[in-house]
Design a protein around this ligand. Structure first.
Ligand SMILES: [Zn+2]
Length: 107
């Protein structure tokens, strides 16, 4: 399974489909309209060049395609990365059919 930005410059190879999707409503994710799936950073492969944005407590870096500007993923700034977020809006909806969604920002 792989995700792709609009222009195709940034693609991310995933080890398999997600088990759940976080439609996070925090102040930045709702603006991005992101739909996150989480993977172990060592299990994914990222191709292409990105621009980044760091916000708030500076724990994570949001990545977007340098060409089309589409948000592709976030990575931990901490070197001991155990989790990263992949924006599943960059995949065909039919590939995500039946995967449950939740809002990770709500308690
Ligand atoms: Zn692009």
């Amino acid at each position: 399974m792989k995700t792709q930005c609009h222009c195709g410059q940034v693609t991310i190879k995933l080890p398999g489909p997600p088990t759940k999707l976080n439609r996070c409503s925090c102040s930045i994710c709702r603006r991005y309209g992101a739909l996150w799936a989480y993977y172990v950073p060592g299990h994914i492969t990222i191709f292409g060049s990105t621009d980044t944005y760091v916000w708030g407590d500076r724990m994570i870096t949001f990545h977007r395609c340098q060409h089309c500007g589409v948000l592709t993923h976030w990575l931990d700034i901490d070197s001991e990365q155990t989790r990263c977020g992949i924006n599943m809006r960059n995949i065909e909806l039919s590939e995500l059919e039946g995967v449950p969604e939740y809002d990770g920002h709500k308690p």
